[in-house]
Design a protein around this ligand. Structure first.
Ligand code: NAD
Length: 316
């Protein structure tokens, strides 16, 4: 059976483990620096198995070297937001955590596909890609599925229909520079631009942009975990089962949409190799402008990563 390792056994790591276990497609290894935490969560998840009806092996460890043989490594290690914080406020702290983890992934699981979750997502995914030395198709980030799911949920609530029937498309950064695409967001094939007035769509878009902060404000002690965990499980399934699903993920741009050398959210074909293709949608001029503005902000963020991690040496 394929092995999936999840580094960081906190809220998102544990939720991702549960959703993946329910799919019965991989054995799981949870890894956390806090002594006992990953082993405790793994034991708890294993004891849920007889009731929940999954039969996969779930183990926990403090030793990152045990990820050896993993087909996929998911990284959720690092600090989460508190009320009033932006995702970018986590950059310095999480960059130093992920730097060491990416080095270890390259050492112990050199052929794995890496799914990043740690925030600020797109910049941290860029960092993990550079540090690992992996080809870009094997390092990607989870954000767009979550952002799309939030948008779908809000649309479904507004229309009084099932969220299952709404499929949303969100591009750009995971944060304020997110670019939701109402024209490509459909209810059973019908674009929402035909179902809702522009002012209402604008409100739902704004609520989606602030979707993470809304939950942080309510929880006060952490950030969302169930929806991000479900999104990770969908990506893991697409890769392990070579499903060629078209899903929005944070991927490395090499000239697509006129953008280069950043990670951002974009629809990709997700299969056994990881990101098998970036899809180029036909964007309206203002959508393209918003996407490029998102990319510009990330270029500045990469400069900030350089200063944190390589103050004296060459650029990342
Ligand atoms: P959490 O605090 O519950 O869990 C983080 C875990 O990482 C902790 O258990 C901690 O001990 C562990 N950790 C820290 N350094 C480590 C290391 N070097 N090796 C192994 N484990 C290590 O936080 P959370 O709520 O699970 O969030 C985790 C990250 O995911 C945060 O950065 C958060 O902002 C991000 N997040 C991203 C999305 C997304 O859509 N991309 C959604 C939600 C949360």
């Amino acid at each position: 059976m394929n092995k999936v390792s999840i580094i960081g056994a906190g809220q998102v790591g544990a939720a991702a483990a549960l959703f993946i276990a329910q799919k019965q497609i991989a054995s799981l290894l949870l890894v956390d620096v806090v002594p006992g935490l990953a082993r405790g969560k793994a034991l708890d998840l294993s004891q849920a198995a007889p009731v929940a009806g999954y039969g996969v092996r779930i183990a926990g460890t403090e030793r990152l070297s045990e990820i050896e043989g993993s087909r996929i490594v998911v990284v959720t290690a690092g600090a989460a937001r508190r009320p009033g914080m932006s995702r970018l406020d986590l950059l310095e702290k999480n960059a130093s955590i992920v730097k060491g983890i990416a080095e270890d992934i390259a050492k112990y699981a050199p052929s794995a596909v890496v799914i990043m979750v740690t925030n600020p997502l797109d910049l941290i995914t860029y960092l993990a890609w550079r540090i690992s030395g992996f080809p870009p198709h094997r390092v990607l980030g989870q954000a767009g599925i979550l952002d799309g799911a939030r948008f779908s949920y809000f649309v479904a609530q507004e229309l009084g229909c099932s969220p299952e029937d709404v499929s949303a498309m969100v591009l750009g950064g995971h944060g304020d520079t997110m670019v939701p695409l109402p024209r490509y967001t459909c209810v059973s094939g019908v674009p929402i631009t035909e179902l809702l007035p522009p002012e209402k769509i604008a409100q739902l878009v704004e609520r989606t942009r602030r979707g993470g902060a809304e939950i942080v404000g309510l929880l006060r002690t952490g950030s969302a975990s169930f929806a991000p965990g479900a999104a990770v499980a969908q990506m893991v399934e697409a890769i392990l089962e070579d499903k060629k699903r078209i899903l929005p993920c944070s991927a490395y741009f090499q000239g697509e949409y006129g953008v280069e050398d950043v990670y951002m959210g974009v629809p990709v074909r997700l299969g056994a190799r990881g990101v098998e293709e970036i899809l180029e949608l036909k964007l309206a001029p203002e959508e393209l402008k918003a996407l490029r503005a998102s990319a510009e902000l990330y270029k500045q963020g990469i400069e900030r990563l350089n200063r944190v991690l390589n103050p004296d040496s060459e650029k990342l």
